[in-house]
Ligand binder design. Structure first.
Ligand SMILES: NC(=O)c1ccc[n+]([C@@H]2O[C@H](COP(=O)([O-])OP(=O)(O)OC[C@H]3O[C@@H](n4cnc5c(N)ncnc54)[C@H](OP(=O)(O)O)[C@@H]3O)[C@@H](O)[C@H]2O)c1
Length: 240
């Protein structure tokens, strides 16, 4: 049995770019009511303009501002599916342990704090037949090289958060997508080199696309028997 997304409210935090935007597109294509959230209204407006048709709303919200999150998320009414993808300058806080600053560590864990803020604000309004999907990266289980201590720890924290949330929010289903290297603005500065690396190194011989991950998010929203899971979509990166 598959849960139909038609008419269901899908709220995406981090929807103005990359994986969040691809997930908004996928939900709109399935006739869901899509609510796009991120900090920048201008980015949201531009992103929403790339979605054909559908019932799409957008609101500026900083997930790190707990009061604002309470206000915005609290105003949305019933939420069937919540998708948390937001992250800012994730790769900017890489540094060898000797030079890792407390500020970099805090910034890396902003993602967890933001996910907590949003989930706390949404919990009472989540439909019991619905789901929460959290995004994390392969460094949670396979840190690539030096400089990833804080990022690996922050990424792994999403795995624990997701599992605990799956028990606490049941029967609302909670799952984590563990993504590999995906062609989004996160990699803008090194895109060409990363593409070459992915095509040469990964078992799938390709640079992951945001739609690959959006497809996994749609699966997790639609399958009523999956919760507490980590779905790895990484082109084989963690198998290397
Ligand atoms: N791309 C990859 O290779 C990759 C690999 C593994 C895991 N992931 C995970 O996948 C998720 C999405 O990554 P992505 O590549 O799609 O990133 P992205 O293209 O940079 O998009 C990040 C989104 O988060 C929003 N955002 C940032 N800070 C926010 C805040 N405080 N409050 C609300 N929204 C905020 C941004 O919009 P505004 O600027 O408007 O706020 C943007 O919409 C992340 O959790 C990342 O860790 C990505």
């Amino acid at each position: 049995m598959r849960v139909d997304l038609e008419g269901k409210t899908v709220v995406i935090v981090g929807a103005s770019s990359g994986i969040g935007l691809a997930s908004a597109r996928a939900a709109a294509a399935r006739s869901a009511k899509v609510v796009m959230l991120s900090r920048s209204q201008a980015k949201l407006d531009q992103a929403a303009g790339t979605i054909d048709g559908g019932d799409v709303q957008r609101f500026a919200m900083d997930m790190l501002d707990a009061a604002q999150v309470e206000r915005v998320v609290g105003s949305l009414g019933k939420i069937h599916h919540l998708v948390l993808t937001a992250v800012a300058d994730e790769l900017g806080s890489r540094a060898p342990i000797q030079s890792l600053t407390n500020e970099q560590v805090e910034r890396t864990f902003d993602k967890l704090r933001g996910f907590v803020n949003v989930t706390r604000a949404a919990a009472a309004n989540l439909d019991t037949g619905g789901s929460v999907t959290l995004l994390t990266g392969a460094s949670a289980v396979k840190p690539p090289a030096e400089g990833f201590t804080a990022l690996a720890a922050a990424s792994a924290s999403i795995l624990g958060f997701g599992k605990a949330l799956a028990l606490e929010l049941a029967p609302v289903r909670v799952n984590v997508v563990l993504a590999g290297v995906v062609d989004t603005p996160i990699h803008a500065a090194t895109r060409d080199a990363t593409k070459v690396w992915a095509e040469k190194t990964l078992p799938t011989r390709r640079f992951g696309q945001a739609d690959d991950i959006a497809d996994a998010i749609t699966f997790l929203q639609s399958n009523p028997y999956v919760t507490g899971s980590v779905l790895t979509i990484d082109g084989g990166l963690t198998a290397l």
